[in-house]
Design a protein around this ligand. Sequence first.
Ligand SMILES: Cc1cc2nc3c(=O)[nH]c(=O)nc-3n(C[C@H](O)[C@H](O)[C@H](O)COP(=O)(O)OP(=O)(O)OC[C@H]3O[C@@H](n4cnc5c(N)ncnc54)[C@H](O)[C@@H]3O)c2cc1C
Length: 596
Amino acid sequence: IPFVPRFVSENQILAAYDYVVIGGGTSGLAVANRLSEDSSKTVLVIESGPMDDGSEDFKIPYLGRGYKNFGTKYDWNVTSVPTASLGNRTIIMPQARVLGGTSSINGMQFAKGAPSDYDAWEELGNEGWNFKSLTKYFEKSENFTAPSKKLVEEFGITYDESAHGSTGFIHSSFPNFLWPQLKNWIGAMKSLGHSVSQDPANGGALQLFWSPSSSNPDTQTRSFSREYYDGARDRPNLHVLLETTVTKLLTSGDERIRVDAVEFSSSVGAPKKHVKVKREAVLAAGSIFSPQILQVSGIGPTSLLKSLGIEVVVDLPGVGANLQGHVYIATFYQMTNVSLSAANLTTNTTFYNEMYELYKAKRDGPFTNGGASNMIAMLPLSDITSDNLHSLLETPSETSYRDTSISKGYQAQLKILLRHLTTPKMAATEMLWFSEGGAILSVMHPLSRGTVTTTSSSLLAGIPAINTGHLSHPLDTKIFIETLRYTRKIIATHEMRELGLVEVLPGAEVNTDEQLEKAIRDGSGYMYHMTGTCSMMKRELGGVVDKDLRVYGVKNLRVVDASVQPLIPAAHVQSTIYAVAEKAADLIKAGSLWRD
Ligand SMILES: Cc1cc2nc3c(=O)[nH]c(=O)nc-3n(C[C@H](O)[C@H](O)[C@H](O)COP(=O)(O)OP(=O)(O)OC[C@H]3O[C@@H](n4cnc5c(N)ncnc54)[C@H](O)[C@@H]3O)c2cc1C
């Protein structure tokens, strides 16, 4: 067929493509764009969701910060299984099902982690994966615009333009409007001795720093992975098959397995079809679905596969293990000395309408702002507690898999975290002021681990079982308790008292360790930064992909999404996902497989 329509129907696709990218999300579109730069290679992206409808719920930062799209046709509607450590609560885990993936609905925070976060990946045995070597990929994905003079003067925003990219597909910039109460928060933190780093991009993602948003500064709208697609839509060698779900990888071979074809279906009950893979299959379905696709294809823990009657193709115990994410707890205050805050947008319709009109007319005001502040505090353990937590750092976590390689891998991770978390160079906790009147507190390097396991041999039978494992490790809970106590110190400063704060959540009467722990277990939520379920680690440590992101035991299959991050960085993860995807594309293009 002629290579004309970029969106193809299943009757129009070619019989075979050089590269088949599974999942047209944050990482998948980035990789597809870069691979299709070579006009001699054919690339097919298979995405389960549709194109977004271009509505304001996606585009406007205040409206599009996720919640409006939760539970819609653009969401996979994922819920965890009841988690014992959370009092058997289930957690809603939105995952976008749309071209552009979860970058279409996320909170738009866009900053990388500290150098130690990435150097730890190399220390785990992934040669070439460190802060320095990833820098060029962070820059390649980014198109940074410095904050306006007005914002710099009013809020003292600092930045280092030379540490940012300027030609990438993802815009990073600052909203045209910040709520003034943020100045009190910054003043309070400074009064307690915290300094403001110049820029997270140049290695300064520690203490306080200004974090840009993934936002187009000209239109003040979301910048997201679909722009990688938009930038490649004229290429005749790129096809995108929407509303089609990959159901299985079809493999052959004994010693070294090969993915021959990718099986897909347009809906439950529709006939299964397949497309052949000439060179490589690239898995980019995200941390929940990439492991599930591997498992139903026979690549995973033998015990799980056998229990579901799935033929074992490669025994890889790490598939679906090592799930890590950032859990948060929100404190909330009534601001009795503040006449106007983001809370008024939900309580005062006239104000809401005026601000909406302001946005439409001038691209200014609170609708340019996603709500969570662009000022982030990433504090090391020593800043929030003087307790010696060594013994807790050495305590292993409960994981559902009892496999030796996974527990060896976990021990290796603990060692590295122990080394870094006891220094000021790695953040243990994040504190964000949000403009409704509260602080969002989150454990950045959780020691708890969860799992993702398919419950059926058929991918279409439903979402996998997700055990978040949250707060199953005592150190995570301890860090939360100490962070909550530290927040009260911040709230007690002169600068914060000016706002007339009255604590609503967890409530001034919640004081003892036991009370605070209960508030945390009952009230914590998830930042949806799922990582680690197809970890890049040595195979003997429970790894799923090697340092070239190739799945162990399979000749022509790579994973390129959030699931490969073996240790979650102390950062909102999207900028790292883009950087990893950019590097993945270079690895695939370098074609070490073909040299082999
Ligand atoms: C509400 C919310 C707020 C967030 N806020 C922030 C933030 O402010 N900053 C930040 O850095 N990060 C944030 N994140 C996290 C970040 O957006 C995600 O980690 C990231 O987008 C994941 O990228 P990915 O490529 O791994 O997966 P995704 O972007 O989710 O892409 C996976 C794609 O694969 C498709 N897919 C899945 N299974 C199949 C299948 N079987 N067949 C075909 N297609 C399939 C999906 O539909 C999806 O499009 C947030 C996440 C959420 C949910």
